[in-house]
Design a protein around this ligand. Structure first.
Ligand code: FAD
Length: 233
């Protein structure tokens, strides 16, 4: 698989507070990427009050029970995706690197970001059909990375820590989202427990997160990546 050099980046950010550490971290990543001459598109879901609920009303009238993926397929084929979905799907398709920026909520992402994926990562748009899934899917050759903050400290996320191995529970994002649609899932950029750091350590952590994006072209794949077999076995 040939990897596409990164020239355009989409950062999808999901934190409800503009003065949060997570938001500062997303902006730091944005500046670090722009400083390399990359084009960065920043989508702030809360700032846009993005509507995250996938339901029947966003599709033209149909017969029979509501089958969300079937309606998404039809909407891609017929050009009837809602404007907000079509516009963000185009932003995804324009980017060589996708950054999902979020605080860890219940070992996962905030609902607004999960809903953005539900509505924008449509079958037939990012994967499926002739393109298939995983290595052959529409976004194959491109890269994606999670940019995360946590409440708990790093030690709690070690394999024997109180919360368990963070690589294990980011698996649903790395394998279930990124790789499913073809991306190479990069090693996540994580600031552990920013609320519990002193000012100096917090400033260092913010710098470290930005530094991770200064050499993003060479960032290795996530530990959980590329170890599974294809759907065919
Ligand atoms: P903030 O509280 O916004 O920031 C931390 C500190 O950094 C603040 O003092 C802030 O003023 C300061 N700061 C902001 N900007 C800057 C800057 N530019 N420079 C320096 N300092 C700055 N945690 C877990 O570990 N596991 C879970 O499963 C989990 N589930 C959660 C579920 C929910 C519903 C919620 C609300 C929280 C959960 N948390 C969990 C906690 C959450 O992950 C953390 O609170 C969050 O990640 C911390 O990041 P933040 O940006 O919100 O921090």
């Amino acid at each position: 698989m040939t990897t596409t050099p990164i020239s355009t980046v989409l950062i999808v950010h999901a934190h409800p507070e503009p003065t949060s550490f997570s938001t500062a971290q997303a902006h730091g990543a944005c500046r670090a990427l722009e400083a390399q001459g990359l084009h960065v598109d920043l989508l702030d879901l809360y700032a846009q009050a993005w509507q995250p609920v996938l339901d029947r009303h966003e599709f033209p009238a149909f017969d029979g029970p509501f089958k969300p993926q079937r309606e998404q397929w039809s909407a891609v084929r017929d050009g009837t995706l809602p404007d907000d979905v079509r516009s963000d799907l185009d932003r995804v398709l324009a980017a060589d690197l996708l950054v999902l920026s979020f605080p860890l909520w219940w070992f996962s992402m905030p609902a607004i970001l999960k809903g953005w994926l539900d509505r924008v990562f449509v079958m037939g748009g990012v994967a499926g059909g002739d393109a298939g899934l995983f290595e052959t899917a529409r976004l194959a050759g491109r890269r994606a990375v999670a940019l995360v903050t946590t409440g708990g400290p790093a030690a709690a996320f070690a394999p024997d820590g109180a919360f368990g191995d963070i690589d294990e529970f980011l698996f649903h994002i790395h394998r279930g989202v990124f790789e499913f649609v073809g991306y190479d899932a990069l090693t996540p950029v994580i600031t552990y427990g920013p609320a519990h750091l002193d000012d100096a350590a917090r400033a260092d952590a913010l710098r470290a997160a930005a530094d991770a994006f200064r050499d993003i072209e060479h960032r290795p794949s996530a530990a959980t990546s590329r170890t599974r077999r294809s759907l065919a076995g």
